[in-house]
Design a protein around this ligand. Sequence first.
Ligand code: NAD
Ligand code: TYD
Length: 353
Amino acid sequence: MTILITGGAGFIGSNFVLDWLAQSDEPVVNFDALTYAGNLQNLASLQGDARHVFVQGDIGDRALLDRLFAERRPRAVLHFAAESHVDRSIYGPGAFIKTNVEGTFTLLEAARAHWNGLDDAAKAAFRFHHVSTDEVYGSLAPDAPAFTETHPYEPNSPYSASKAASDHLVRAWHHTYGLPVLTTNCSNNYGPYHFPEKLIPLMIVNALAGKPLPIYGDGLQVRDWLYVGDHCSAIRAVLARGRVGEVYNIGGWNEMPNRDIVHRVCALLDELRPSAEGPYTRLITFVKDRPGHDRRYAIDARKIERELSWRPAETFDSGIRKTVQWYLDHADWVANVQSGGYRDWLATNYSAR
Ligand code: NAD
Ligand code: TYD
């Protein structure tokens, strides 16, 4: 038995691979294009571990996918690979359409061809798990109820529109072809190995470097933050016990405005790595808002709790403390990401293997 993970060198994917292999001996084939967001250094602890097989490739490469399915015969696909940063999608939406929409289409087709060739028992057991986001549902008014799984799709950014399109493709491949799919829509994650272009790691890394902490607009946009380890446990629960064809929303029951997040990060750094120049909040700078900036996301995670008994294990306090501590303990990882040195990791560590 093997699972195939796409995007397993990214933030959530690498956390998932590490988490999976810490709890199971079922091998993982990790298929990742290693874009700027893919970092094999995240998986350095798996060097020499035969349960982890890394294959560099693009989910738009059908021939490569066909070979991979034929050779590895995975019992499940966990599809994390995506272009994931809203700001990048505003400046260059093309890559988002290519990977998130066309890439998901190609992956679905390769998975369907593989699935069609399985015997009845293997066909019934096969799963295509699509990892998606709460951003597909659009923006909530301050007092509106949180997103349920039946909330209308109202994506507002090129990123969320491309993820919404991919969700629709996955749904259609189930209804039309019978492919056994699962979809999860999760809120904002944070934790180790988070690329420092996203809010929380950017604030930590900039604060430590004495650089400005840029808050978009008034900073009162609300997100529902979930520790990445909790996202991984939710995905494992859905993969193991989720009903085929169903959607599960995953969230942290933890809505917070961006300003509060930044203040919390600053307070933790003041405690753990005080600066001689005074509190880190001195670095906060309000900058021009993101175009089309969604005001509020909030997840109603009752379905996954009711059906699969999943609830987050971390509170925001425990999760953010672990996260800030992780960045303090991994200055080398941060330095490598900032210098681009992590991009040499493949050549340095894998070329002779
Ligand atoms: P990430 O940007 O950190 O990682 C994406 C990974 O996918 C990278 O390793 C990259 O190299 C790989 N990739 C990109 N294009 C590829 C392609 N064409 N072929 C193969 N691999 C490719 O993203 P993340 O934050 O880890 O997000 C993972 C998934 O979870 C995404 O689908 C995202 O939409 C979803 N999600 C993210 C969050 C969040 O807060 N980060 C929340 C909910 C859902
Ligand atoms: P981000 O981490 O980019 O995730 P997403 O846009 O997918 O929610 O941003 C989280 C929130 O933080 C979002 O409301 C935008 C805001 N933000 C800032 O205020 N400053 C920043 O430098 C960044 C990167 C984000």
